[in-house]
Design a protein around this ligand. Structure first.
Ligand SMILES: Nc1ncnc2c1ncn2[C@@H]1O[C@H](COP(=O)(O)OP(=O)(O)OP(=O)(O)O)[C@@H](O)[C@H]1O
Ligand SMILES: [Mg+2]
Length: 293
């Protein structure tokens, strides 16, 4: 039996050791999820650490991560299980000529011919896993309904085979970018965590963790500028992922200062829409050039 974290602090330390700096709320919700056995729905803008939370949780609990990446048109065959048609055909061909259909049928619709997809893998694993259902908002409501059944009963019904009950219960993390409203029924079964852009000091710690070699004053300035850029009315504000990329780029270029020239040269690492670039160049670029004089 694995040891579950005994306090919020202990889980927070574990996540940190796995390279993830959780906010207070994140550590608390993760702790509750682990100990209550409830799924967590993590929502928030792109690049704020939703997916990474599941990875870090798996790593700090020493569990395998099973990932179901959602997309439009994802169906049960890709999420739950599929019959291995080829193997079934081969078996039918290999059966003696005289075998009755009933005998063959019993045979080819058995576990041996079932291909487990992430949801089935997660509940039938011999040791408990962390199940990441990533970007659930990309699927349709029908898929969500199917998922509810799995999440509330931890079992999957295969018509030809019957009920497959969970051998172990996974810790489930669902993420969403909020591209559509999820059903109330799904939300009711989950704990909820809203991840937003972090506070300055928190982001500073995260960027430092990823690029400890970058001078501290430079890292601080970088995070301050990213904060300023987020205040502007942009199509796509820079996320933590962009802050980290920018820090890496500055390190690689050997920058010792973020002056106007450096900013203009490297701003495409943090702003990625043409109209956004214009706004940012005008507002932040100019602010940097005047603050230097
Ligand atoms: N709290 C954190 N501690 C350490 N690293 C973090 C943290 N939050 C985010 N990151 C880093 O930010 C990057 C983006 O995180 P992630 O991929 O989890 O974002 P996301 O919210 O899933 O984004 P998307 O919605 O685009 O999938 C990763 O490289 C991750 O390491
Ligand atoms: Mg993600």
């Amino acid at each position: 039996m694995e040891a579950l974290p005994e306090s919020v602090q202990q889980l927070a330390d574990g996540l940190r050791a796995a390279g993830y700096l959780p906010g207070q709320e994140t550590a608390l919700v993760a702790y509750l999820a682990v100990n209550l056995g409830k799924p967590v729905l993590v929502e928030g803008p792109a690049g704020v650490g939703k997916t990474e939370l599941a990875k870090a949780l798996a790593s700090c609990l020493g569990r395998e991560l099973v990932r179901l990446q959602c997309y439009e048109g994802l169906d049960e065959a890709k999420a739950l299980y599929e019959w291995n048609y080829r193997k079934q055909l081969l078996r039918i061909q290999a059966e003696a000529e005289g075998a009755s259909w009933n005998a063959v049928q019993d045979d080819i619709f058995s576990q041996e011919f079932l291909l487990a997809r992430p949801l089935l893998s997660a509940i039938s694993s011999s040791s408990p896993v962390v199940l990441l259902i990533d970007e659930i908002d990309k699927t349709d409501q029908e898929f969500e309904a199917m998922l509810l059944e799995v999440l509330s009963d931890f079992q999957i019904t295969v018509p030809e085979l019957g009920r497959i009950a969970a051998t172990t219960q996974p810790i489930v993390i669902l993420t969403s970018n909020n591209s559509r409203e999820l059903t109330e029924a799904l939300k009711r079964r989950c704990l909820y965590l809203w991840l937003d852009y972090p506070e300055l000091e928190h982001e500073l710690a995260i960027v430092r963790l990823h690029t400890p070699e970058l001078a501290e004053t430079l890292t601080r300035k970088l995070v301050e500028i990213v904060g300023m850029v987020r205040e502007l009315d942009l199509k796509k504000p820079p996320s933590i992922a962009e802050s980290i990329d920018w820090a890496r780029a500055l390190l690689l270029l050997g920058a010792s200062e973020i002056d106007e020239a450096t900013f203009r040269q490297t701003m495409s690492v943090i702003v990625k829409h043409r109209t956004d670039i214009e706004i940012v160049a005008a507002r932040v670029g100019v602010a940097l050039s005047t603050s230097a004089t």
